[in-house]
Design a protein around this ligand. Structure first.
Ligand SMILES: Nc1ncnc2c1ncn2[C@@H]1O[C@H](COP(=O)(O)OP(=O)(O)OP(=O)(O)O)[C@@H](O)[C@H]1O
Length: 648
């Protein structure tokens, strides 16, 4: 019997895992494969002598397949433990079917050697006729070749189950196979091989996309973290990079089709919202709606720079947020980058420049998203401590019970649940560099005295320890609260306030900035990796009128989406704006239309032309939707059709 993968697609493309699910047209497949074998000039009765590779060539082969070998061996060993003493062996081949590694039962090895089931020997169809390895490569699907289904008579004593191992582009990079005495055939072997191949594929995927944002998702939360989960990777800017086999299946798109997608176009959320989600105290699984309307639950991992940061704890989540991709961080690195022509900001930068390296604590005030953290990072980068660490702690996102140990660290056994060897607190981690305490206004009052003591004594005493450690950090704090008001309400210690506010600077909200045009150009260039996108005059005018409650965060996300929407068009127009922005604009429509009407009157337009222009603009803003346009303008759909009959 030869079976090809025709598994039910209920749970995923590589599953279900029971051995009963293969019901392909096996006779036809065998026949086709046998015909191919004849076409290669092979003869069933022949005993071809295809000797293994010389030792040096085998070493080279293993080296060429180093990554596959490294990630496959642990899975092979686990698989072998399942079938030990069943007269079988586990084999790994390269993409051409040459055996790279093998593990086997001693009593079967002698027989296996007879037919050269050993490293260095090729098991492609061209060399050995119909066989599970070679046929899996040709068919790009799991294959089970049993007894006399093998083309060569000398292989009839074998039963072989093989599954191809593919990379993130669906290319076969190797084959995993279990071969044994045909009398030892077991219907579950194929399922085990398929599971192990999937495990290897996922390992390879993780290693390939080590420095990417990775989303683990499934419609059923209990499948996250299992072989069934979909995995998709994105660049730090949100561009789709790759998905594993189950990820492609759940997304319902091929790898080439996914190339033009982003995190936001696939999961309906800007990638920055992912960061924000994990800034909360106890991030739960994300609830996302995919582009095809299917709801999935998800967990994200951010792997930027060195090390893996699972976005499951607020502290871990914070560090990567402060570590944007290399190119971007360079451009956003210094205070000069932030000076884009707004006089209020220029003053902030001038003040900050004067205290750089003077050991004066800086308190940055400003609404959410005005760039407080970016300013703190720029101060650090321009300071004499630039080579030291920059450690950011968001006091609002760490649960009250954890903040003390996060900041001050703890000794082994300091409290129930403490890690075996204790932990170094954030303050000590920042030693020699800068400690950025974001949302300082939210720090619990009970801890404020402890922090004040550290700042005054410049010594940290980890929880549960009698030893104080000297510490040298530059402190920058940020808040969007009015701290004086909090002092009056007894929520913030006055003595700490005076210790923190060496220099107080206030970042202006985006709506008050006079350099919006430059800011937009800068963000567009960043978001398109140096591309030459521009925004239309009309969009810029609306930007100037908008209140921007989310400030830079909102503008950055909006332009990121708009760049993707614009694609090859270089000018971003209203039609590229997200719906929620247009809804806000619609509410401010009277102001907008009055401004354009004034301009048109100045240019000598008559009433009819102005009316037509208003309709066309509204149509553009509503993506050509006549009903929405009519609603926004307070006229009937018929009126629109009467004015623009070509729409009918
Ligand atoms: N001047 C700027 N130019 C370009 N992008 C900016 C600028 N300032 C801030 N941003 C972007 O806006 C987003 C928010 O910035 P940041 O986290 O520094 O703001 P914040 O004031 O600390 O926000 P929050 O109070 O919510 O923590 C980030 O993605 C940042 O890169």
């Amino acid at each position: 019997m030869l079976h090809r993968d025709s598994a039910s697609r209920l749970d995923g493309p590589g599953l279900p895992l029971s051995g009963t699910a293969w019901n392909g047209d096996t006779a036809a497949l065998i026949e086709t494969s046998h015909r191919r074998s004849e076409g290669y000039g092979l003869c069933p009765g022949a005993r071809p002598d295809f000797g293994p590779l010389a030792r040096n060539d085998l070493t080279l082969l293993v080296e060429q397949n180093r990554m596959l070998h490294t990630h496959a061996v642990p899975a092979m060993e686990t698989l072998y433990q399942q079938i030990v003493n069943t007269h079988n062996m586990v084999l790994l081949t390269d993409a051409q079917g040459v055996i790279v590694h093998s593990l086997g039962d001693a009593d079967f090895l002698e027989k296996a050697n007879r037919v050269a089931l050993t490293p260095g020997v090729a098991w492609s169809e061209e060399r050995r006729g119909t066989n599970a390895i070679g046929t899996a490569i040709v068919e790009k699907a799991p294959s089970l070749v049993h007894a006399d289904q093998h083309f060569l008579a000398e292989n009839h004593f074998l039963t072989c189950s093989a599954a191809p191992i593919t990379d993130h582009q669906g290319r076969v990079v190797g084959v995993l196979d279990v071969s044994g005495d045909q009398r030892s055939y077991h219907k579950h072997t194929m399922a085990l091989v398929r599971m192990s191949a999937l495990m290897i594929e996922n390992q390879l995927f993780s290693a390939t996309f080590e420095h990417a944002i990775t989303l683990h998702f499934h419609a059923r939360p209990e499948f996250i973290g299992t072989l069934m989960e979909g995995i998709a990777s994105f660049s730090p800017g949100g561009r789709f990079l790759a998905a594993n086999r189950n990820g492609l299946f759940q997304l319902g798109l091929s790898y080439p089709a996914l190339q033009s997608h982003t995190f936001s176009s696939l999961f309906g959320l800007p990638v920055a919202a992912l960061f924000d989600h994990y800034r909360t105290a106890a991030p739960c699984l994300l609830d996302l709606c995919m582009h095809n309307g299917v709801r999935v639950r998800a967990r994200a991992q951010l792997r930027l720079g060195s090390g893996v940061h699972a976005l499951t704890s607020p502290v871990e989540a914070r560090t990567p947020v402060a570590a944007p991709p290399a190119a971007r961080s360079r451009r956003l690195s210094g205070l000069r980058y932030l000076d884009t022509g707004d006089p209020q900001l220029a003053q902030v930068i001038a003040k900050v420049n004067k205290v750089l390296g003077r050991d004066i604590p800086i308190l940055v005030m400003g609404e959410t998203g005005t760039g407080k953290e970016l300013l703190a990072q720029a101060i650090h980068n321009d300071s004499p401590r630039a080579q030291g660490p920059f450690v950011a702690v968001n006091c609002a996102s760490i649960p009250e019970t954890l903040i003390e140990s996060e900041l001050f660290g703890y000794e082994e056994g300091a409290f129930t649940g403490a890690r075996k060897k204790g932990a170094v607190g954030k303050i000590l981690q920042a030693n020699g560099g800068t400690l950025f305490l974001d949302e300082i206004g939210d720090m619990p009052v009970s801890l404020q005295a402890h922090l004040l003591r550290v700042l005054q004594e410049r010594m940290v005493t980890p929880l549960g320890s009698g030893k104080s450690i000297p510490v040298n950090v530059e402190l920058i704090c940020a808040t969007n609260h009015n701290l004086r008001e909090r002092i009056a309400r007894g929520l913030f210690r006055e003595d700490l306030y005076y210790r923190l506010n060496g220099l107080v600077v206030k970042l202006p909200p985006l709506r008050d900035r006079t350099d919006l045009d430059t800011v937009v150009r800068k963000i567009l260039s960043l978001e398109s990796d140096g591309g030459s996108y521009t925004v239309s005059d009309e969009v810029l005018r609306l930007f100037r009128q908008h209140k921007w409650p989310g400030n830079f965060r909102q503008l950055t996300n909006l332009l990121r989406t708009a760049v993707i929407m614009a694609g090859d068009e270089q000018e971003i127009g209203l039609r590229h704006m997200p719906d929620d922005f247009l809804d806000d604009i619609d509410q401010a429509a009277p102001v907008a239309s009055m401004a354009s009407a004034e301009r048109m009157i100045a240019n000598g337009a008559n009433l009819e032309e102005m009316e037509l222009s208003a309709i066309l603009k509204s149509l553009e803003a509503h993506g050509g939707n006549v009903s929405a346009t009519a609603r926004a303008l307070g006229v009937s759909r018929n009126t629109i059709y009467r004015k623009l009959p070509h729409l009918k």
